[in-house]
Design a protein around this ligand. Structure first.
Ligand code: ATP
Length: 717
């Protein structure tokens, strides 16, 4: 390992999220060296020592790749002044620094070097607030530097230091030494193995209680990503065993003890014990409680329903079918009801009628909502009634857990009726949050297509509500949308029945382009995208939807190809490269994390209209935002997105690559979801055998949840 000492001449790039930074160091030979590292960027002007190695970067040439950084304490009065200035304390300007230097003289170097921040308190003439902040900062700098050493001495990146210090303050090292697995709680992107390696280094035994608890919590903590709210205890023991490799009986005993201490929750059903992380248990149990509270007839509304239906039919030149009428009537009669059906069965038309009907019936405080911005926009257009996203409706508490909302039982929504569309996307936690914010007097109408992909996150609320047979529902089966031979709707229903759509007949609505190689696929995608772009007013109306994100045929790679071809670099277009991804003016991008401050949420798609030195300016459907370059990790190029990300959104034209590389992702409900995203045209590019495989593959993935059983009263809680 090499070492490099010098002072930080300039910060070239810093990313606050994953603490990657690039900076220029002037070493003691007066040479400038570009340095990179995965830690918090130092301040310009600071003396530092880096450990790492010199590397030759393909594009940028000679660089120092640092694995650790240590801020050197000042060794002369000039650097001491700079050091104090760089602390960035408000009110600590030249004059205050003069006072500090006058008071300590040369002794200041010892105070800073030997980390004796308490002496700062003796400096006369400094404002109390400044003194306190300086004291705390110097104390923090000392602890941070100790933490850096601590981590590095155990071969762990010091990039975690700041988070640990923010969390545990002065006792950081003691807390981590006492239980290194605490790191997993506060640094969500740390892997179990990292904390485990530290634990081994610190002499913690394999069967130590702290390790057992961390292992069980780790398995339970990952359930949400896998769609489960709970695990049967044997499955939990098995998975924990695979992770920890210790005696299974020991794990079983430990799980018992965690349950009895109330650290994890459990429920018996059918002689099997299911174990839950607490937040999942609460969401499932309370989600069911709220639902039960609504399972009663509603007070009659002052509306002559049959004559209202007749009037609506006449005004809209349609005749509702019997099941559609039943859905409308149920929505008025019941407090909680459900409507499910495939594309074109009239769900949106019914919503439009319900809005009118409730308004005429005197229940005017109506909310239409959907899980995604695009779905809300489509609903607004189709019903001529403003719809919103569930997130905007519930108002997330900034900076907290993604299911922590301002609206809840204590501060409920001020509404008479709520209609929730695209409800296949509701996971247990979102459903619970939503139900807790709905006042008991309101009508709740849930609308969705249960054959779509299950939601991201735990549970499958729409399916469980239906399968429980406890909730009044209507299943719409008749298709009203005009269909001709090879249409989107016909293909979608064929896929859903497990039959092949007709791939040989090309129509305006549905085309299949066979390809034999990945190269052919990319070429065809680009040709089709360019061609279709000519026919739409808004490029957001064309979407490439791929079964997966990673890999040579994944949405990330496809996006890069399409970007190169349809939006190549040009001297007049601003662009910026962040973490290896190029963003260029004109690019289509998708938000991949919730940004509470700017109120742009996961899954929203927009177009970059300007890039400045510090910002990326994006036009989303509902608003324009300036995202700082530091926040660029919150967006991704979106020429292609995954089917999962496309849930709940519709597009005029959908291009679906479908090749053998997608392997296990070639599933029926995934293809059905992709095809049903299209309003006017589907263009599939791939191989027939891939379509065949998907049509035949019913996703057997079981989601562990007892939502349905609880609703049926078949298990406690
Ligand atoms: N009873 C009916 N008679 C005639 N046309 C109807 C009837 N119900 C709906 N439609 C028409 O069928 C088409 C599809 O209806 P709608 O958009 O409401 O269905 P949907 O279930 O919301 O479908 P998707 O989810 O695909 O949008 C629309 O053009 C609508 O006007």
């Amino acid at each position: 390992m090499d070492a490099l000492r010098g002072f930080v001449y300039r910060i070239i790039y810093q990313n606050t999220q994953n603490t990657y930074c690039v900076f220029l160091v002037k070493d003691y030979n007066e040479e400038y060296i570009t340095c990179t590292g995965r830690f918090e960027a130092p301040n310009e002007g600071e003396d530092i020592e880096l450990k790492g190695r010199y590397v030759e970067h393909q594009k940028y040439g000679f660089q120092f790749d640092a694995s650790s950084i240590e801020k050197l304490k000042p060794d002369n009065m000039g650097s001491a002044r700079l050091y104090l200035m760089n602390l960035g304390i408000k009110g600590l300007g030249e004059k205050s620094i003069d006072k500090i230097c006058d008071y300590f003289g040369i002794r200041l170097l010892d105070v800073l070097r030997e980390e004796r921040p308490e002496e700062i308190k003796d400096v006369p003439g400094l404002r109390k607030g400044v003194k306190e902040e300086l004291y705390n900062t110097l104390l923090g700098e000392g602890i941070l530097s100790d933490l850096n050493h601590f981590f590095e001495s155990h071969q762990i990146s010091s990039k975690w230091s700041r988070t640990v210090y923010t969390y545990y303050g002065a006792s950081s090292i003691d807390v981590i030494r006492d239980n290194p697995y605490n790191l997993l709680r506060i640094t969500p992107d740390m892997l179990f193995n990292t904390a485990d390696t530290l634990a081994v280094n610190l002499g913690i035994e394999a069967d130590d209680e702290r390790r057992l608890e961390a292992g069980v919590n780790w398995i339970l903590g990952n359930l949400d990503n896998q769609g489960h709210t709970c695990l049967p205890v044997d499955e939990l023991i098995g998975r924990t065993y695979d992770l920890l490799q210790v005696d299974a009986d020991l794990i079983a005993n430990h799980i018992d003890s965690l349950i009895s201490q109330g650290i994890v929750y459990s429920t018996y059903y059918d002689d099997i014990l299911y174990v839950y992380p607490p937040e999942m248990y609460v969401s499932e149990v309370e989600g069911v409680h709220y639902t039960r509270d609504f399972l009663i007839e509603a007070d009659p509304i002052s509306l002559d329903i049959p004559s209202f239906i007749e009037r609506f039919e006449a005004e809209n030149h349609i005749t509702f079918g019997p099941e559609q009428k039943e859905a409308i009537e149920l929505s008025f009669f019941e407090k909680f009801s459900l409507i499910t059906g495939g594309p074109g069965t009239g769900k949106t038309t019914i919503i439009k009628a319900l809005v009118k009907g409730f308004q005429l019936g005197g229940l005017g405080r109506i909310i239409l909502c959907a899980p995604t911005g695009r779905a809300a926009k489509r609903l607004t257009e189709a019903t001529e009634f403003e719809a919103t996203t569930i997130h905007r409706l519930l108002m997330p508490v900034a900076g907290s857990d993604s299911y922590d909302f301002t609206k809840n039982e204590d501060d409920p929504l001020d509404i008479d009726v709520i209609i929730i569309d695209e409800a296949s996307m509701l996971n247990v936690r979102l459903f619970y949050s939503l139900m807790s914010a709905i006042p008991r007097e309101a009508h709740v109408i849930i609308v969705g297509d249960v054959d779509q992909l299950p939601p991201i996150g735990a549970g499958f609320v729409l399916k469980d509500l239906l399968d429980s047979d406890m909730v009044p529902y209507t299943r719409l089966q008749h298709i009203y949308r005009q269909s001709s031979g090879n249409s989107i709707v016909d293909s979608a229903y064929a896929i859903n029945r497990g039959e092949m759509p007709s791939l040989d007949i090309t129509s305006d609505e549905f085309t299949f382009i066979p390809v034999n190689s990945l190269g052919d696929m990319m070429k065809a995608i680009i040709d089709v995208y360019k061609r279709e772009k000519e026919y739409v007013d808004d490029e957001l109306d064309i979407q490439i939807i791929s079964p997966m994100r990673r890999g040579k045929a994944g949405s990330t790679t496809i996006s890069q190809y399409v970007q190169q071809s349809v939006n190549p670099p040009d001297s007049y277009k601003g662009e910026v490269r962040v973490n290896g991804i190029t963003f260029r003016v004109g690019d289509k991008v998708i938000q991949i994390l919730n940004n509470y401050e700017l109120e742009v949420f996961n899954g929203e798609i927009g177009v970059i209209y300007a890039i400045t030195k510090s910002d990326i300016c994006i036009r989303f459907i509902h608003k324009e935002v300036r995202l700082s370059i530091d926040e660029a990790h919150m967006i991704m190029p979106a020429y292609a997105i995954t089917v999962h990300k496309s849930q709940g959104s519709e597009y005029g034209v959908v291009i679906i690559p479908f090749v053998p590389m997608y392997g296990g992702m070639l599933q029926r409900n995934l293809l059905y979801t992709a095809v049903t995203r299209a309003k006017r045209k589907v263009i599939m590019i791939g191989t027939k055998s891939s379509v065949e495989r998907a049509v035949k593959t019913v996703n057997g993935e079981e989601r562990y949840t007892l939502f349905k059983e609880r609703l049926q009263g078949r298990c406690d809680g």
